[in-house]
Write a protein that binds this ligand. Structure first.
Ligand code: C2E
Ligand code: MG
Ligand code: MG
Ligand code: MG
Length: 290
């Protein structure tokens, strides 16, 4: 059974347990139990406008608050959830929770804040996805314009026709759609002009060395130009320094996300941080706006 050896170090085998099939089944059962018991939490990372410094949106990033192992990051359980189909009920829970938490921030004085939810391929090819999203919106009372979906290029390319139908259904309602990890998947320019999209998120791997590596800088500049020419907003992920931020500003990137601004935060901490951050909001009647 997986044993925790401290933060970030998880040992998957404990000696006796060397049958990987048995281990996988155990993990699956554990995951199923965790979903039933709602042991998951969403952390949120702000997306900040480079022009105004305002928080436009927050990305929901799931963690498993495991009773024995503590807080587990997505790479520990998302792949298994995808293999077993458990990503369907887990994804439904994530969508529901993200919409509900967004409504709480709206009521707390941040009425235009959007929430971004990551989708797996299996969720995306699920026939019921559009209906499930609408149900989550209705149940929470969140307006569709305040929901953003993050999907990857490869996900779109798996079944472009089905993806087109799903995307159109989602976009029709006003929900925003972003391509996540842009630049790392199978790139086909024809789908970029065909699919109804709002945003490109430049993958962190191109941002890391943007200040020192002219090739990375050239790629980022090109993605920004491409996005803008296609009427898409462009956001950079994984920004960790002031220098990277300044570079992206000169390139006229629209927004950024990264540890430089904030790590993903649990909902309570996010609510506190939002109070200190500039944020897109309609001023309250009694508020000093000068
Ligand atoms: P992603 O959607 O590309 O999310 C960005 C990842 O980069 C997050 O890792 C985030 O914590 C991390 N990150 C953000 N800023 C920085 C930075 O400045 N430096 C560095 N080094 N890292 C940064 P996380 O939370 O571990 O999530 C990893 C991946 O797991 C996500 O990549 C996404 O593909 C997947 N994931 C997370 N939450 C969900 C979810 O609710 N549903 C699904 N289907 N997948 C999810
Ligand atoms: Mg994402
Ligand atoms: Mg990403
Ligand atoms: Mg990424």
């Amino acid at each position: 059974y997986a044993k925790s050896k401290g933060p970030g170090q998880i040992q998957f085998y404990s000696g006796e347990m060397n049958d990987s099939a048995a281990l996988r089944i155990e993990m699956e059962n554990d995951l199923r139990r965790g979903i039933e018991k709602e042991e998951f939490v969403l952390y949120y990372q702000p997306k900040v406008s480079l022009a105004t410094g305002e928080v436009e949106s927050v990305e929901a990033l799931v963690r498993w608050n495991h009773p024995e192992k503590g807080i587990l990051p997505p790479h520990y359980f998302i792949p298994r959830a995808e293999e077993t189909g458990l990503i369907i009920p887990l994804g439904r829970w994530i969508m529901d929770r993200a919409c509900r938490e967004a409504v709480i921030w709206h009521q707390a004085g941040f009425p235009r804040l959007r929430v971004a939810v990551n989708l797996s391929a299996l969720q995306f090819i699920n026939q019921d996805l559009v209906r499930e999203i609408l149900t989550a919106l209705e149940r929470s009372g969140l307006s569709p314009e305040c929901l953003e979906l993050e999907i990857t290029e490869s996900l779109l390319m798996q079944d472009p026709d089905a993806a087109m139908r799903t995307l159109s259904g989602i976009r029709e309602k006003g929900v925003h759609v972003a391509i996540d990890d842009f630049g790392t998947g199978y790139s086909s320019f024809s789908y970029l002009k065909k699919f109804p999209l709002d945003r490109l998120k430049i993958d962190r791997s191109f941002i890391t060395d943007i200040c020192d590596n002219p090739n990375d800088a050239a790629i980022v500049r090109t993605i920004i130009t491409l996005g803008h020419n296609l009427n898409l907003k462009v956001i950079a992920e994984g920004v960790e320094s002031q220098a990277q931020l300044e570079m992206l500003k000169t390139m006229e990137c629209d927004a950024y996300q990264g540890f430089y601004n904030s790590r993903p935060l649990p909902p309570g901490e996010l609510a506190e941080r939002l109070k200190e951050m500039r944020i897109l909001k309609t001023p309250l009647p009694d508020e000093d706006t000068t």
